[in-house]
Design a protein. Structure first.
Length: 84
């Protein structure tokens, strides 16, 4: 009988990955970097550069980065204005 990697692990250590369909169709007000990247359809690396260059404003709670939906929409509007 083979054991899976998750057997014997506490259930709190298993983190579910955000589903792209639910994030894009019903986005939460505040998102993690991973969720924001899925929402925008970009890589986490691209998102990290946008944060580092201050194109995207974030809130930091300790080591955690929180990105507001309004800020993501502002970034998209800014990109559309530059492209036009």
């Amino acid at each position: 009988m083979s054991k899976t990697a998750l057997e014997g692990q506490p259930s709190s250590s298993v983190v579910a990955k955000p589903r792209s369909e639910s994030i894009r169709s019903n986005p939460p007000e505040c998102m993690s970097r991973e969720e924001a990247a899925i929402y925008l359809g970009v890589s986490i690396r691209w998102l990290a550069r946008a944060i580092a260059t201050k194109r995207l404003r974030v809130a930091r709670l300790g080591r955690r980065v929180i990105i507001r939906l309004a800020e993501l929409r502002r970034l998209v509007e800014l990109a559309e204005a530059v492209a036009a």
